[in-house]
Design a protein around this ligand. Sequence first.
Ligand SMILES: Cc1ncc(COP(=O)(O)O)c(C=O)c1O
Length: 405
Amino acid sequence: MNPAPPPAPEKTRAISEAAKRMLSAKAEQFTESVIREMTRLAMRYGAVNLAQGFPDFPAPAEIKQAAQQAIAADVNQYAITWGAKSLRDAIAEKSARTQGVRIDPEREITVCCGSTEAMMSAMMAVINPGDEVVIFEPFYENYGPDAILSGAAPRFVKLRPPDWSFDAVELAAAFGPMTKAIILNTPNNPTGKVFRREELEAIRDLCVRWNAFAITDEIYEHILYDDARHISIASLEGMRDLTITVNGMSKTYAVTGWRVGWAIASPEATSAIRKVHDFLTVGAAAPLQEAGAMALRLPESYYQKLAADYLARRNLMLSILEQAGFGVFKPAGAYYIMTDISRFGSPDDVAFARYLVEKIGVAVVPGSSFYNNPADGSQQVRFTFCKTDQTLQAAAQRLAKLGQE
Ligand SMILES: Cc1ncc(COP(=O)(O)O)c(C=O)c1O
């Protein structure tokens, strides 16, 4: 599914056929994460890492203090497996406050080890052999392996540049009696698309018609630009019980290493998700859940500043990339920029990404890792800009060398 990344020494050892037969056929079907592999290459070549979406600036002081206090107060044992009550209450309050969606913290929330686990647990909880899952592409690279591991057959539907809209007829054709779910990600990684109400309504109509879940990853809900507004599909009429909302602390509070996320779903779906989650990981870090309860109650001004800071970073990164000769697709949300590299005359995105990390000193993600058919992303690479100005300026200096090698 993902293209082979530039070779790393630890991966050059060939696996014999006999050893291969000892391994799972599912794990054979995908490569390790290209994004996280690019981070390792960035470290090896001393490159500025604009590949993986983790902030390189500090997390808010009050959140860190809350975590420290929780550890000092000996919140150091297992939390309730589906999440500390304090955090579930805060999630329910925030959902009502920001999206008008009222959820029962006792029966409709499962706190997981990041939204990554929430997505995997949700898929394993609802997928049966033969079920199909509709996935928009380009997609966040985890969804492909999530589908394979949960046993779902993916049906891909294209989001087309420059505005990354989908064709309603193509989407309708992807749904059918075997459709169990559509995976939605808004604001979207890698495109920066923020799904509009009419688009969500079209998706809702198909979910209702085919009795399919919308599993929606809303981890970038507060990172929005210009006039973009985040709408949770769960807030649309008819979607309350058909939606599984996946979210987490990683991006909103700059704590990607804490691994605290959650899934919100109907009581029936939640009871299945909780069982899968319990046997996958038991629970997320207890003291960090307490800090999460505090974080989710931060005032509106926190989220306004977050969006304003990201707007400045987005605009800076757009100008850096345009000056360096990239074609850019301006994101309406999230913190990535998909770029068109066709002007550079590189044979493909993987070769170009390798050249960038080794010779220019900037790590990016090859576009093909976001597509089912690698050829679709062969003239695209993705940059993240969740970095300090200093980091972005260091990248600018290096990118200015492009074409002069
Ligand atoms: C769309 C999307 N979902 C989920 C994640 C991972 O989130 P978490 O850290 O909560 O597992 C990422 C991280 O880049 C992402 O881009």
